[in-house]
Design a protein around this ligand. Structure first.
Ligand code: EPU
Length: 427
């Protein structure tokens, strides 16, 4: 771990006294997932990469430790500005204990394969939200000419001379697309990724790589073309705003019947959310870089489907479900990205929500149900954020344990919520 990027504290409980209406404005931090991709990209450059607008959150700090274990030097030189010096890469294999709890760490495989011609990485962990295979990544590396095999519990990859190829991805995996871009941008010849993920975090990575000298075309669509180049140069790059954090605060405004200016966002990353909030009766105004969210009347029920971008983000499925507990009527939720991302429902029921699940991907929510504070557990980043939203409207005191999950993905959550008028403390 870089000496100056220490671990965040892991407080035991977040305590929310519900019932306050949120009002005011909130600045949205840089994107966690775009930040993780950008950190992996820095491994491709034998020099210093400066990343601006990097959120100071658990997952970013953990990725810093992963990079550090490989020989890179990672340092927050100012708030939100991360300097990564990858002049010397001394290892091609991050230690298991650093990768098991961070899904995004698997991106080092593509970057190291490209930079060193070999890499090894254990299957990363991350959130328990369903099966999270890696076949798309591994088949992609093989298509570029790498040898890939399993040795013990590690994936090994070797390929000193990667060559461009046409790669079909069975599923438009976000990290899979990013990993292939990292591996392909310094390979010989032309690569086409068919059925690529179109998420903004993929385009964000392509922008960074192109600024470094890569030639990636059409990132953000489902067919991405890459012309390999010989080397990349150091750059300074700004991370895109976190659309998932933005969505969470927009929903917080809506659920508390408040009025919040969600600031410094890219509206085009939020169109699906804006559409569904408006359909539910929430007033949403698009004001340049800000999203102004206000609710004065009741909420209407919705049918929502979590889908790859530009569909409604799976990461906002749980927060939206919490909002729908306050809508009058029956709402339907269909999670279509992950096969087990409704585990938070059991926690939500402890607060009094009426939610019935069928299998592991659909839920029916009856509302409005008055929620009452209880002791609940954050199961992952977004499930934890969903419980925070529930706590904001629950009567009395909600205590959320395992809050380090939320700290992995949300910068200064307590401070931002308190500024908006919520009563939140850590004990
Ligand atoms: N999939 C495969 N084969 C693969 C990879 C994925 O079948 O090789 C399937 C998965 O089983 C899943 C679907 O593809 O059903 C989507 O998975 P994807 O690979 O797109 O997810 P990911 O890249 O592992 C990233 C984000 C997640 C976000 C998803 C979907 C990072 C670090 N993680 O994960 O973010 O939910 O894309 O948009 O970028 C979070 O921030 O809390 C989070 C979980």
């Amino acid at each position: 771990m870089a000496a100056n990027v220490p671990s965040l504290e892991q407080p035991a409980l977040l305590v929310i006294e519900g019932g306050n209406t949120l009002r005011g404005s909130v600045h949205i931090s840089g994107s966690k997932n775009a930040g993780l991709g950008a950190m992996a990209a820095a491994l491709l450059v034998p020099g210093e990469t400066i990343l601006e607008n990097v959120p100071d959150i658990g997952d970013i700090r953990q990725m810093a430790q992963v990079l550090n274990s490989l020989g890179a030097k990672v340092e927050f030189v100012q708030p939100s500005v991360l300097r990564i010096d990858a002049s010397q890469i001394t290892s091609s294999a991050p230690p298991n204990e650093l990768v098991v709890s961070l899904r995004g760490s698997f991106l080092v495989l593509g970057a190291l394969l490209s930079r060193l011609g070999e890499a090894a990485c254990s299957p990363p962990g991350g959130d328990v939200i369903g099966q999270r295979p890696l076949d798309v990544h591994l088949k992609g590396f093989q298509a570029l000419g790498a040898e890939v095999w399993l040795e013990g519990d590690r994936f090994m990859a070797r390929g000193g001379n990667l060559s461009g190829a046409r790669v079909f991805m069975d599923y438009p995996s976000v990290l899979g697309t990013q990993n292939l871009m990292l591996a392909a941008c310094l390979s010989r010849g032309h690569t086409t990724i068919i059925n690529a993920a179109a998420e903004p975090e993929v385009s964000g990575l392509a922008q960074l790589l192109n600024a470094m000298g890569a030639r990636i075309i059409n990132a953000g669509t489902h067919t991405v073309d890459i012309d390999g180049v010989e080397k990349l140069r150091p750059v300074t790059h700004r991370i895109i705003p976190d659309r998932l954090e933005a969505g969470t605060y927009a929903i917080a405004a809506a659920i508390t019947g408040g009025e919040v200016d969600v600031q410094d966002v890219y509206l085009e990353h939020l169109y699906s959310l804006i559409a569904k909030l408006r359909e539910a009766g929430v007033e949403v105004e698009e004001r340049g870089d800000n999203l102004h969210v206000r609710r004065s009347g009741g909420l209407k029920p919705l049918s929502i489907q979590a889908l790859p971008f530009p569909g409604l983000a799976t990461d906002l499925q749980a927060p939206m479900a919490v909002l729908l507990t306050q809508a009058t009527g029956v709402s339907y939720v269909h999670e279509r990205v992950f096969d087990n991302r409704l585990l938070y429902v059991a926690e939500l029921r402890k607060l009094g929500a009426e939610v019935v699940t069928t299998g592991t991907t659909t839920a029916v929510i009856s509302g409005p149900t008055p929620l009452t504070g209880a002791r609940v557990r954050a199961l992952d980043v977004r499930a934890g954020a969903a419980l925070v939203l529930a706590g904001l409207v629950a009567a009395g005191r909600t205590e959320i344990s395992d809050i380090h999950h939320v700290d992995r993905g949300y910068e200064r959550l307590q401070e931002k919520l308190c500024q908006l008028g919520a009563r939140v403390e850590r004990i």
